[in-house]
Design a binder for this molecule. Structure first.
Ligand code: ADP
Length: 227
């Protein structure tokens, strides 16, 4: 019942294995994230943050090691099963919002819920509630191009949480924003995360933001070390 939401054991990953341009990115990563825990992943660009987050979120597979989500070992599971767990249990946020430009803010949050079998009225109500929680309910009918960078990211946060995942994986979620906006938008993200009680791994270069999370780890030469 109190299984970690994410457990990575002995994760290794190289690109172009066996070729002259082989790059070993991860060298035996162990990471356990408890229910409700928010972990800061600090690393310079190119250190392998995206690779690690993609493996944790079942978008990529490691060369060796295991990924457990909510106590369930994903090793060797079918693509269908992995996709199902990813859709249901994992939310992603990227540096760029990746919202659908032709849809409004609220529609961008409704669509993943419809794809998950939620009825239209319930999906709409949840989307509006989430937008309210991040302080932009008044922007619900705006398309992404009509929103500021900070507002676009707030919508992306709501979309990532629309289907109530257990685990949030974020790759520099405020990296495109100016320092003041970044600080405010990160505050909104943390409030959302805390209010839902979900677990998160949030990659950031920003040490002040990292300090606002429960635990800080650093990716150094392919290994995780306490920061
Ligand atoms: P970060 O997110 O920390 O910037 P990445 O995980 O994107 O780092 O990349 C880590 C290293 O792996 C980099 O040196 C990058 O060039 C390399 N890399 C990433 N993806 C590939 C790929 N598909 N093929 C070859 N090398 C890659």
């Amino acid at each position: 019942m109190n299984d970690p939401v994410l457990r990575l054991s002995g994760i290794s990953k190289a690109y172009n294995a066996g070729l002259p341009n082989e790059v070993t990115v991860l060298r035996g990563i162990d990471l356990t994230v408890a229910p409700g825990e928010v972990v800061a992943l600090v690393a310079p660009s190119g250190a392998g943050k995206s690779t690690l987050l993609h493996i944790a979120g079942l978008l990529d597979t490691p060369d060796s090691g295991t990924v457990e989500i909510a106590g369930f070992d994903m090793t060797g599971q079918s693509d269908r099963k992995r996709t199902g767990v990813r859709r249901r249990d994992v939310g992603f946020i990227y540096q760029f919002h990746h919202l659908l430009p032709e849809f409004s803010a609220v529609e961008n949050i409704v669509l993943p819920q419809l794809a998950n079998g939620v009825g239209k009225a319930a999906a709409q109500a949840r989307a509006l509630e989430l937008l309210g929680q991040v302080g932009i309910a008044h922007r619900a009918s705006h398309r992404p191009a009509e929103l500021s960078g900070g507002e676009q990211q707030r919508v992306a946060f709501c979309r990532a949480l629309a289907n109530a995942p257990r685990l949030l994986l974020a790759d520099e979620p405020t990296g495109n924003l100016d320092p003041t906006t970044s600080d405010q938008v990160f505050g909104a993200l943390m409030e959302l995360v805390r209010s839902t009680g979900l677990s998160a791994v949030i990659a950031t270069h920003n040490l002040e933001l990292a300090a606002r999370m429960d635990r800080q780890i650093r990716l150094d030469a392919g290994r995780l070390v306490p920061h």
